[in-house]
Design a binder for this molecule. Structure first.
Ligand code: ADP
Ligand code: MG
Length: 414
């Protein structure tokens, strides 16, 4: 059973009165472990088929089976899960989140998959693309090639069935592009299935199979070695029927300068399409709910405990401050029992207050340092403050008692 099985796949777009056949009855099988390049002129349907294969869009007609499963029947949320767990994406413009580190960028798919431990797998993925030493750098501190390697690490962090790359070298100079292709080749040798769109013939030749598209149809689909053999021993600089060289070269971004800073175009493209943390699904940061609940219960126990003691003393006419310490008198029994229970509650309150403080700090630190659209910062802060208030009361009472005792003790000694 092939990993990808596509039959009569069709995608129509309505453009005003006319219908665009972006994909026109495509049949395609891709086996596990293949490395396929999809080439073709601009507008030939490359991105459209990548979107369909990547479960980012549904076909107008036809069948797409991924790993034996018909994808067209899945709901939106099932498609999202499929995308997240089984497919890795690499884009021309890297699409990294600025202002967070490389390893946190790599951990984003794990975040979507609701995995809590993201650091170790993210570092492993960075190691696989040879970038472990840059794990703590932010995208703007990395060269274009390094950024794309971070994006590749992100694509493989979930061990997907399939990695899809749409023009992954399009924003890189030739040499850096070759390095990126080497990484894809290495991953493919480790068993990762790679499908890549490119209009650069030399890049396409790094793949083991080249699918050429024209007008929404597959024009040719052959192993790379057959194409190379046909051309003689030396591979051609450009494949036939691929987009003309001149406009492409003119459109290619200038190479990186010596310092490794990305060309202006690359930087601009990256600015255009960063994924904002606010684009992630909102989630309540871990620790916020325990903080607010513990804080509120702790405060309630203290208010109730104090109120109960005051009420009992009032009801039974017992005034502790009027007692003569030389002639202590047993308070009434209900006051002793009631005060005991209230004190126990207040002791529990202190424990909960400490939990609220710890959870509150943890939640606020996570919201600051981990990637995500985190909610619940204010809840964590309220829990934290309530916790501190409850903990502070007994400390203040003890300090006052100690001061009183000390001054009283000195007074008694005179
Ligand atoms: P490629 O990636 O090979 O350049 P595309 O797959 O992006 O080509 O596009 C194939 C055809 O479908 C083009 O004619 C394009 O104009 C059209 N097309 C793509 N996306 C849309 C869309 N969202 N609405 C209308 N037409 C589209
Ligand atoms: Mg395209």
């Amino acid at each position: 059973m092939p990993l990808i099985e596509v039959r009569a796949l069709t995608k129509l777009y309505q453009m005003g009165d006319s219908v665009v056949r972006a994909l026109d009855g495509v049949d395609l099988d891709i086996e596990r472990g293949e490395f396929v390049a999809i080439t073709g002129a601009s507008g030939s349907g490359k991105s459209t088929i990548m979107h369909l294969l990547g479960c980012l869009d549904r076909p107008t007609a036809g069948v797409y089976r991924l790993d034996g499963r018909d994808v067209s029947g899945l709901s939106d949320s099932e498609l999202a899960v499929t995308r997240n767990l089984r497919i890795g994406f690499v884009f021309q413009t890297f699409n990294l989140i600025n202002r967070v580190t490389a390893w946190e960028n790599v951990g984003v798919p794990l975040f979507y998959a609701r995995k809590t431990n993201t650091k170790a797998p993210a570092f492993r993925a960075l190691e696989r693309v040879g970038l472990a030493s840059r794990a703590a750098h932010q995208p703007n501190e990395l060269s274009g090639g390094e950024r794309q390697r971070v994006a590749i690490a992100r694509a493989i962090v979930n061990d997907p069935l399939l990695v899809l790359a749409d023009e992954p070298t399009g924003n890189l100079d030739t040499r850096t592009g070759e390095q990126i292709m080497e990484i894809f080749r290495g991953l493919n040798e480790q068993g990762v299935t790679v499908i890549m769109v490119t209009h650069e013939a030399e890049i396409a030749q790094q793949a083991r199979r080249i699918v050429q598209m024209r007008d929404g149809k597959i024009l040719s689909d052959r192993p790379t070695k057959d194409i190379v053999a046909e051309r003689g021993h030396a591979p051609p600089r450009k494949l036939p029927s691929v987009e003309p060289a001149a406009p492409l070269d003119a459109a290619a971004p200038p190479p990186l300068d010596v310092a490794g800073a990305p060309p202006v175009e690359v930087a601009a493209a990256q600015q255009e399409t960063p994924i904002a943390a606010s684009a992630l699904p909102p989630r309540i940061v871990r620790g916020a709910m325990p903080a607010i609940v513990c804080g509120l219960v702790a405060a309630a126990l203290w208010v109730l405990g104090y109120a109960a003691q005051v009420a009992l003393q009032k009801i039974y006419g017992y005034k502790p401050e009027a007692m003569d310490p030389m002639h202590p008198k047993m308070p009434p029994m209900p006051v002793i029992i009631g005060s005991g229970i209230a004190s126990l509650g207040m002791l529990v309150g202190v424990v909960l207050a400490i939990l609220a403080i710890v959870s509150g700090y943890g939640a606020r630190r996570r919201a600051r340092t981990e990637i995500g659209n985190w909610q619940g910062r204010r809840r964590a802060l309220v829990g934290l403050i309530l916790g501190w208030v409850v903990v502070a009361i007994p400390i203040i009472v003890i300090i006052i008692a100690v001061v009183k005792l000390a001054t009283g003790g000195f007074g008694g000694a005179k």
